[in-house]
Ligand binder design. Structure first.
Ligand SMILES: Cc1cc2nc3c(=O)[nH]c(=O)nc-3n(C[C@H](O)[C@H](O)[C@H](O)COP(=O)(O)O)c2cc1C
Length: 174
């Protein structure tokens, strides 16, 4: 059974916490956790199935203050990987109370970059159980990945992650 690469950033905060929760639930022997900081495209070539995790730190800042964030740098390397037959699922940390008009925008930011490379993205989520006003992570009425809000509804994280993984098992085909 092939392993799943969980590429995440930044380290030490909620993204890493959720990346580790996902690893625990899938089974640590079936995944490899890889911080995107200082990571090269060659690491992407080692997996057929990948999970990408990021936080949204203000979309208005993507092109200014945060241009050197772990994901900003790693995203420029995605084009160098071989994406043939690969599947990627995305999870995104955000805060729907403080940032209801940009809730988990980073999910959309990552999706857009994968879409340009014609990568198959799986693991979409219904918007039904989320309160928000606007999100660039939503397309055709669905989140393009799993939104997690450790700031304002951490009590929902465990079940959200579990339900998502249950579906990913089918969509990834493992
Ligand atoms: C400066 C700043 C800007 C943020 N902007 C957004 C935002 O636009 N949308 C959103 O959903 N969450 C936003 N958040 C919330 C973070 O995404 C959230 O706290 C996340 O869990 C952080 O993950 P980390 O601890 O791994 O960095 C912002 C947080 C900070 C500190």
């Amino acid at each position: 059974m092939s392993q799943i690469g969980i590429f995440y950033g930044p380290e030490m905060g909620s993204v890493e916490k959720v990346a580790r929760l996902i690893a625990d639930k899938i089974g640590n022997d079936r995944v490899e956790l890889i911080p995107v900081k200082n990571c090269d495209a060659a690491a992407l070539d080692r997996f057929d199935k990948m999970i990408f995790g990021a936080s949204t730190i203000g979309m208005t800042n993507w092109n200014s203050d945060y241009k050197d964030s772990d994901w900003d740098v790693f995203a420029t390397k995605l084009k160098d990987a071989n994406w043939n037959g690969k599947k990627v699922a995305i999870f995104g940390l955000g805060d729907h109370v403080q940032y209801p008009e940009h809730f988990v925008d980073a999910i959309g930011w990552i999706y857009e970059r994968l879409e340009k490379l014609e990568v198959e993205v799986v693991g979409f989520c219904s918007t039904d159980e989320y309160e928000y006003v606007e999100s660039e992570g939503v397309k055709d009425g669905q989140f393009l990945g799993l939104p997690v809000d450790e700031d304002s509804e951490p009590e929902k994280t465990d079940l959200r992650v579990q339900n998502w993984i249950n579906r990913l098992i089918n969509e990834f085909g493992f």
